[in-house]
Each structure stands twice: as structure tokens, then as C-alpha cells.
Design a protein around this ligand. Structure first.
Ligand code: TYM
Length: 332
């Protein structure tokens, strides 16, 4: 069956609603139909300053949240990026194929380095997308399930795979992004013109799955909408309401058209109250399941150890082929 690979950074602690709806939800579905590899991107996490104890705790926490979301270690390979040294090894090769200007054009790097100040941004942050390229190519992934903000990195992966294959002969599968239109970009609940992100200007618009459910309900009820009263999906003119409809629709399975009909003649309050309840019903068991996995770190670590072993088997084979193709003398 076709293969997928994706990753999430274990930096923020709690996943937010954008991570879940944009990516993790698709991962859970794809493990049924694809040979699926999912990774905790801890190498990516150190491109900005990190606290070692926090990184360790957050890596376990992210694994627990993925399992609580429905990833099943019997149906997918769940592993920690740093457990598979081939990622860093292939990244070096891909760095040497990447143009300096090409890397400079990555919008996420430009945003993040602007936020930190050019002098404080690390070389690791600059070359972060190339590490992501290596992540994907090592597994010969056909598809990469991500949110819209990762599209450019998948495009870079396609370019570099083509470049490598062109220069050294067919080696890597050229992957496609798997981005669902409806949930590609979940917006901030206070400023529905920007994507939901852990670096939001105010925590009020950031829906963290592990927050106290009461606090989440409050955030949903105070979501920014518009001065109109009609509940209608119109991403351009009514971004706040449209975002709420998207979240409602994805969590309940009701279509947007059904929701527009259901809320016809009702005010925004009705939609927000219902959505607050839906969110509470979603996050309460999610939090409980996450805690259960955290309470049993031995099981968690053994799931990750098995995942790393399965991942390494695939990664080592691809790296050996790539090393041979570029002309490294085999160490015999
Ligand atoms: P990260 O950790 O920032 O985000 C994890 C996933 O969540 C998606 N996402 C969103 N989707 C919709 N709406 C939003 N507001 C939103 N915010 C985040 C992201 O698109 C992503 O899919 N570089 C990656 C991690 C990574 C990776 C990889 C991904 C490392 N190696 C290889 C794919 C393949 C990142 O930082 O994602």
C-alpha cells in the first residue's frame, strides 16, 4: 500500500485545534489505508532555544496525545526523529543539493527568523526545511499529510527529490502533499484572519486540547465573529463564523449546508454555545486518554522503541542507496 509520512514538533506541550484538525485527524484516518510513518520531530524542536527537561517531557506528552487521538501502534509506525540517526545523515546530503537562495525563500524561516531577530536565529532554523525533506524522502513517502503552512516544505521536497534523481539516477519517490481543503488552515478564535498557532498574539484565540475544558468553552463562547447576524459560510467576508462552522462540521460530521440550515434565523450565540459543548465533549476524554498514556511511561517508551526499530529498517535502506549514489566509498 502507498506510504505516508508526517511529523509534529513536540515543543508546545498541548496540541492545538489546528494541529489536530489540520494534521493529526488525517493521520488517524490514513493509518487504515496507508503504510503510515508518524514522527515526533525533536530534531526540529531544537532549532529554537529549548529546555532539555521540558523537551524530554514534551516528547512523551506529544506521543501520548497522538495515541489519545487514535494512532494505533499496530497500524502505524510512531517514532521519535532523534532515535533514527539517518534523518540527520540524509539531511547533510540534501543540504549540499539545496541552493542558499532557495532555502532563503522559505516563508516559515523568514517569519520565524524575523520574530527572533536575524542574529539570534540559528543556522539550524535556516536549514530546518531541508531536514524535513530528508524526513520525507527516507521513507519513500507517496503522500505527506499536513496543514497548508507546510505546503512549501513539501514542494521543496519534490524539487530536491527530482534534482537528486536527475543527477544520480532514480532514488527517491517524489511525494505529494495531502492537504484537506476544509481543514488546511484553522484560524485563531480572536483574529480569524491569521492561522491558529502557538505563537498567537493572545492565548484567548488559541484552543489548546489539554486546557481546562471550562476555559476552552469560555474561549469558544468569546470567539470573534462579525457585526452581521447571519450564520453562513463565507471565508472571505465572514472568516470568524466560517471558522466556527468548519470546526463544528469536522467534529460532528454535519455538512456546512446542514449547519447553515440548522442555524437559520438563530444568532451567533446559539452556534457558539453548541460548539462550546461539542469541544468540551471532545477534549474531556482526550485529556483523560492522554493522562492514561502518561501514567504508564514504560509502555509509552516501548511503543516508541518498537517504532524506531521499524523506522530504522526503512531509513537505513534508503540512506545506503543515497550514499552509494552520491559516490561515498562503502565502509567495508
Ligand atoms: P508543526 O509541529 O508546526 O505542526 C504540526 C501539523 O499541524 C499543522 N497545523 C495546522 N493545520 C491547520 N491549521 C492550523 N492553524 C495549523 N497549525 C499547524 C501543520 O501544518 C502540521 O502538519 N515542520 C513540521 C513538522 C515536520 C514534518 C516533517 C511534517 C517535521 N518533519 C516531515 C511533515 C513531514 C512542523 O513544524 O509542524
Amino acid at each position: 500500500s502507498p506510504r505516508v509520512l508526517s511529523g509534529i514538533q513536540p515543543t508546545a506541550g498541548s496540541f492545538h485545534l489546528g494541529n489536530y484538525l489540520g494534521a493529526v485527524r488525517q493521520w488517524v484516518a490514513l493509518q487504515e489505508t496507508h503504510d503510515a510513518f508518524y514522527m515526533l520531530a525533536d530534531l526540529h524542536a531544537i532549532t529554537v532555544t529549548q529546555d532539555p527537561a521540558e523537551l524530554r517531557a514534551n516528547t512523551r506528552l506529544a506521543a501520548a496525545q497522538l495515541l489519545a487521538s487514535g494512532l494505533d501502534p499496530d497500524r502505524c509506525t510512531l517514532f521519535v526523529q532523534s532515535h533514527v540517526p539517518e534523518h540527520a545523515q540524509l539531511a547533510w546530503v540534501m543540504n549540499c543539493l539545496t541552493g542558499f537562495g532557495e532555502a532563503s525563500r522559505m516563508t516559515q524561516f523568514k517569519d520565524k527568523s524575523a520574530r527572533q531577530g536575524a542574529d539570534r536565529a540559528s543556522v539550524g532554523l535556516f536549514t530546518y526545511p531541508v531536514l524535513q525533506v530528508a524526513d520525507i524522502l527516507l521513507y519513500q513517502a507517496n503522500e505527506v499529510p499536513v496543514g497548508e503552512d507546510q505546503r512549501q516544505h513539501v514542494e521543496l521536497t519534490r524539487d530536491l527529490a527530482d534534482r537528486f534523481n536527475g543527477r544520480f539516477g532514480p532514488t527517491f519517490t517524489v511525494p505529494k502533499p495531502h492537504i484537506l481543503k476544509e481543514t488546511a488552515k484553522i484560524y485563531d478564535f480572536q483574529d480569524p484572519t491569521v492561522k491558529m498557532s502557538k505563537s498567537a498574539s493572545t492565548p484567548k484565540g488559541l484552543i489548546n486540547l489539554l486546557d481546562d475544558p471550562k476555559a476552552t468553552a469560555k474561549k469558544v463562547k468569546s470567539a470573534v465573529t462579525d457585526t452581521d447576524t447571519v450564520i453562513r459560510y463565507d471565508a472571505e467576508n465572514k472568516p470568524g463564523v466560517s471558522n466556527l462552522l468548519t470546526v463544528h462540521s469536522t467534529l460532528t460530521g454535519a455538512s456546512i449546508a446542514e449547519l447553515e440550515e440548522r442555524y437559520a434565523g438563530k444568532g451567533y450565540g446559539a452556534l457558539k454555545t453548541d460548539l462550546a459543548e461539542i469541544m468540551v465533549e471532545f477534549v474531556t476524554p482526550f485529556k483523560e486518554r492522554t493522562q492514561q498514556y502518561l501514567d504508564d511511561p514504560e509502555t509509552l517508551d516501548s511503543i516508541l522503541a518498537k517504532g524506531a526499530e521499524k523506522a530504522r529498517a526503512v531509513a537505513a535502506e534508503t540512506l545506503a542507496l543515497a550514499y552509494e549514489r552520491v559516490g561515498f566509498l562503502p565502509a567495508k
